[in-house]
Design a protein. Structure first.
Length: 232
């Protein structure tokens, strides 16, 4: 035990333990669990799943949660790779097999496997949309001229039919401020229509900043995955 303690101290590794029966002390680490429960209950609804089907769905949702971008891996303008929770688990980002869009297909025409994939796609659509909106609602942005900078790596609001685990990333090449020369964000949140950014991606050249989302939060501001619940 002393050898382990000496090694942890040398590597500046600190362990934080939760009290028994008090998972809310885990803070942000428990936020992902709460997010899973919140949306999982809604995508399953009244459906009855076998143990294997439920386990498959939970593992796929685990991949969704672990695919979210945390921060850029480099400052290279041509590099849009990001660090994700999956890097700490498997050493690389996660990819998913492309499946047809089962959400638009009537449920009575789907097999049981396809129904599970439909639930996973529904979870991805609802969770990723809420996650991006929470990223944009940063209190720091409401205090003045605080916002994007040229060279920032940002998330781009995807279409509704975006594939699971596929995050749209781009670097800002040039900013075009509004007439007031201030990047102002309301709680809605929306920017003025004249504010846009020129992005380093072949498929998207100019877009309004309302469709861009930062990768992370300032210190002390965490994403709350469930409306009305605090994760601090």
């Amino acid at each position: 035990m002393e050898e382990i303690m000496d090694f942890l101290s040398k590597e500046q590794i600190k362990w934080n333990f939760n009290p028994p029966s008090a998972p809310h002390f885990g803070g942000l680490s428990e936020a992902g669990v709460k997010s899973l429960k919140y949306h999982l209950k809604r995508v399953i609804g009244n459906s009855i799943l076998s143990h294997e089907e439920f386990l498959t769905l939970v593992v796929q949702i685990e991949a969704v949660l672990n695919s979210r971008p945390i921060c850029p891996l480099s400052n290279d303008p041509n590099d849009v790779e990001t660090l994700t929770p999956a890097h700490f688990l498997v050493g690389s980002s996660l990819v998913a097999v492309l499946d047809p869009n089962y959400i638009e297909i009537p449920m009575n025409r789907l097999s049981q496997w396809q129904l599970v994939q439909r639930m996973n796609q529904h979870f991805w659509r609802k969770w990723s949309s809420e996650y991006l909106n929470r990223l944009q609602q940063r209190p720091k942005w409401c205090k003045g001229n605080v916002g994007f900078k040229e060279g920032d790596l940002v998330l781009v609001n995807p279409s509704e039919n975006s594939d699971s685990l596929k995050w749209h990333l781009a670097r800002i090449l040039k900013l075009h401020p509004g007439k007031d020369n201030i990047v102002s964000v309301s709680h809605t949140p929306h920017l003025t229509a004249t504010e846009c950014a020129r992005l380093s991606t072949p498929h998207l050249t100019v877009t309004e900043c309302a469709r861009l989302f930062p990768l992370s939060y300032p210190n002390g501001n965490f994403w709350n995955p469930v409306p009305g619940h605090s994760v601090n």
